[in-house]
Design a protein around this ligand. Structure first.
Ligand SMILES: C[S@@+](CC[C@H](N)C(=O)[O-])C[C@H]1O[C@@H](n2cnc3c(N)ncnc32)[C@H](O)[C@@H]1O
Ligand SMILES: [Zn+2]
Length: 377
């Protein structure tokens, strides 16, 4: 092999990675944060589900160096299937499995992820799709092969956020480039996954879905049955956003508006995003268990991971937020601390919280008009 490998440690796992990442052998140290959260999330899921966690099978269908799956076997104790289409990656996965002495709990494949998942349909408890860019090409095989938990990454945040065209083409949904674009990306992706899963009478219950730097990560429990799938579809809808005054609201598919509806505040035409997922994107009791797992483990990105999970846990279940620094700039006033704004909103009778999507974002039931009034006081 022509690759120079170096040894790194993530969590309590030793891992050989390329000195310089190439397409045929990919390793991104910036994703250690995501992997640390995955380890805690899988430990929380395995210990609290009714299944025997030692026999639970996790598959990383696009495994690269195998770092994620090797960590899952080593640090969580699950049975693991590692697969990558690249021969170089396959060889390094084998070395990493040996390096950690986990041959007994690991199977390794060198094929197309869709072939692997379709061939072994209905066999995998947990399926992880961590591709370059968009996970869309793998969502059909994921939907058919997963039993209990899905884990999905997207790094094509530009089309998901509405910054490029491609949202419609890839996700069959229209994103808007608003100040809450990271949340929009997460919900557009969740909406697409919902529609893929529902075709096979499967539903998702998001446990911990978040976005950080360049990626979106979904962790969601799988439920079966037409009734559950119907309920899940009812969580899809649209966001109406007025780019003129910032007014916005969400509507479910069942209450589609007259498309000519104008903003009731300023009279401008609404822009419409969706369909996207409007329901809660995290389960607070699950987040609490993940936080506890993070607390007791030795992890490289522990602090950052704890901060994300704690913020997710305390986030209100509202499908957008306000960037109050942007609002203050437009109003030509200096922004208060986020803490004081949340307090002022609470004092005016509105629930309000921070959001992990942005340090200057506030989730609240208050409308834009009310947020502006409260900021001006
Ligand atoms: C983003 S990397 C995976 C990173 C890895 N999961 C980690 O945590 O470091 C995407 C991987 O998908 C592999 N890949 C691309 N197309 C594939 C396909 N159709 N089937 C299986 N693997 C594929 C690439 O070789 C690459 O290693
Ligand atoms: Zn308006």
């Amino acid at each position: 092999m022509s690759y120079k490998l170096i040894e790194r440690v993530e969590g309590s796992t030793r891992i050989l990675v390329p000195k310089r990442a190439k397409k045929a052998l990919f390793y991104n140290p910036r994703m250690e944060l995501c992997r640390d959260i995955d380890i805690a999330a899988l430990a929380a899921f395995a210990t609290h589900s009714n299944y025997n966690s030692n026999s639970m099978v996790y598959v990383d269908a696009l495994a690269g160096t195998g770092v994620r799956g090797v960590r899952v076997a080593n640090e969580v104790g699950l049975q693991v299937v590692l697969n990558d289409l690249s021969r170089e990656a396959y060889e390094v996965i084998n070395r990493n499995v040996k390096l950690n002495g986990i041959e007994g709990s690991t199977r390794i494949y060198n094929e197309d992820a869709n072939v692997l998942l379709h061939r072994n349909r209905h066999r995998y408890d947990i399926v992880d799709i961590d591709p370059f860019g968009s996970p869309v090409p793998y969502l059909d095989s994921l939907s058919q092969s997963v039993k209990k938990l899905i884990m999905v990454t997207a790094t094509d945040t530009a089309p998901l956020c509405g910054a490029h065209t491609g949202g419609l083409r890839k996700y069959a949904a229209k994103p808007l480039n608003t100040e809450y674009h990271k949340e929009m990306a997460t919900r557009i992706l969740l909406g697409r996954v919902t529609r893929d899963m529902c075709r096979y009478d499967r539903a998702i219950q998001p446990l911990l879905c978040f976005s950080s730097s360049h990626f979106v990560r979904l962790i969601a429990r799988v439920e079966r049955g037409a009734k559950r799938a119907d309920e899940c579809m009812r969580r899809l809808g649209f966001i109406l956003h007025c780019f003129s005054c910032g007014n916005r609201y969400a509507i479910h598919c069942s209450e589609l508006p007259d498309m000519s509806t104008r903003c009731e505040v300023c009279g401008a035409k609404f822009s419409i995003a969706g369909p996207l997922y409007l329901g809660p994107i995290k389960d607070n009791s699950f987040c609490k268990r993940v936080y506890e797992e993070l607390r007791v483990r030795r992890l490289g990105k522990k602090r950052e991971a704890q901060r994300i999970v704690a913020t997710c846990m305390n986030e209100l279940d509202i499908p957008f937020f306000y960037d109050y620094h942007g609002i203050c700039k437009a109003l030509k006033i200096s922004p208060p601390s986020i803490h004081s704004l949340i307090e002022r909103l609470n004092d005016s009778g509105f629930r309000a919280s921070r959001t992990h999507f942005s340090d200057t974002g506030v989730k609240t039931e208050a409308k834009m008009k009310e947020v502006k009034e409260i900021l001006k006081r």
